[in-house]
Design a protein around this ligand. Structure first.
Ligand code: PLP
Length: 374
């Protein structure tokens, strides 16, 4: 690949459209899927699990450039996150937010039960506790905005805090996307994208990309991918690159929709609480304004009544899909306490991932489903 090697050299909107292309005369504009595992020995690649394919490289160039570091693509966001946890020596201390993607919490607590490390859960908003734990923990894990309560951490302060020697500070940047937030520039060691979400953007692939600054950590994570076989699929990376091309425009539209819907939901008689970092009433609105270029596309809101009322909203919607996951062109909604490992959440909390549909159509759908609840 030739061309710019970092989003710093052009606007991100242009970078994401042009990066990772093969610019040699006669090359296809888009790196095609490479269904190949084995190569003629001699020069270059020999085996895809070790050496990757041009499709992986294109995705890594794009996401690495956006995040501002060196990227390694994985089979899913969780595969990349597991590779980071696997770097920890036994007896390590892990600091984890009280609100984060439940898969990460389950991974951390499963490792704790097996005696691999101990886990300390900290409130996302307790910045002094995070600063303190930076000096004590071997892995400091942050997710901002958090899933699903959308709490924004003081990443600028926490990432700059002195760390224990050899410690890793990782930020799951999936909800913000690298267009709204660049944790590595704030001092984090690792930034995570579940490519399944916004980068892919069409609910048609699983993928993950981990971006780092340190060469040794990069080499260790690459090796981990080789040895565990947590490699991305050929078609998946092709689709992820295609999705990334429209990331900026999708995000812009979906964020505008989300802001409008959050404001209206916050005044709706059937809604008791609306969480969206862009609302002045949001507990971490000030941090969001400071840290995020845009407030994102996820809204969490509580429906008046019992869990059955929230379920009725989900099944009463016609345009918005009743489905898990997020970050796609289509809007999706789910009652999060119905998901295993999320039972601690308010039983009526709905997590809405706002897509790129017409905002008035989305509102008509939501308002009707809410009003139809007894
Ligand atoms: N991080 C966050 C914030 C997520 O929401 C998810 C999945 O929902 C993941 C990581 C895991 O990503 P994947 O499903 O690609 O493994």
């Amino acid at each position: 690949m030739t061309g710019q090697d970092s989003a710093d050299t052009s606007s991100v909107e242009s970078w994401v459209v042009s990066a990772g292309r093969d610019r040699r005369p006669g090359s296809p504009l888009n790196v095609p899927p490479w269904p190949a595992s084995n190569f003629v020995l001699g020069e270059g690649r020999s085996y895809a699990r070790d050496d990757g394919t041009p499709g992986w490289a294109a995705l890594e160039t794009i996401v690495g450039g956006l995040e501002g570091g060196s990227a390694i693509s994985f089979a899913s966001g969780m595969a990349g996150i597991a590779a980071i946890f696997n770097q920890l020596p036994s007896g390590s201390v892990v600091a984890l937010p009280d609100d984060c993607y439940h898969g990460v919490a389950e991974l951390a607590h499963a490792g704790e039960r097996r005696g691999r490390w101990t886990v300390h859960r900290l409130a996302v908003i307790d910045t002094p506790a995070w600063v303190k734990v930076c000096g004590e923990a071997d892995l400091v894990w942050l997710e901002s905005p958090s899933n699903p309560l959308l709490t924004v951490a003081d990443l600028d302060v926490i990432c700059a805090a002195p760390r224990k020697r050899g410690a890793i500070l990782g930020v799951d940047n999936t909800f913000a996307t690298p267009l709204n937030q660049r944790p590595l520039a704030l001092g984090a060691d690792v930034s995570v994208q579940s490519v399944t979400k916004f980068i892919g953007g069409h609910s048609d692939l699983l993928g993950g990309v981990i971006t780092v600054r340190d060469e040794n950590l990069f080499a260790a994570l690459r090796r981990s991918r080789e040895l565990t076989g947590a490699t991305p699929g050929t078609l998946e990376t092709f689709l992820a690159v295609r999705g990334a091309r429209t990331l900026a425009v999708r995000l812009e539209r979906a964020q505008r929709n989300a802001m409008a819907l959050a404001e209206r939901l916050s005044r709706h008689p059937k809604v008791t609480l609306t969480r969206y970092p862009g609302l002045a009433s949001h507990p971490t609105h000030a941090a969001a304004k400071r840290q995020l270029k845009g407030f994102g596309t996820i809204i969490s809101f509580d429906v008046r009544g019992a869990a059955s009322a929230a379920d009725a909203v989900c099944t009463g919607l016609q345009l918005i899909q009743h489905a898990t996951s997020l970050g796609a062109v289509e809007s999706t909604i789910e009652r999060r306490a119905s998901v295993s490992g999320q039972e601690h959440l308010p039983p009526t909390l709905l997590r809405l991932s706002v897509g790129i549909e017409n905002v008035e159509d989305l509102w008509t759908d939501l308002d009707r489903a809410l009003r139809n609840v007894p």
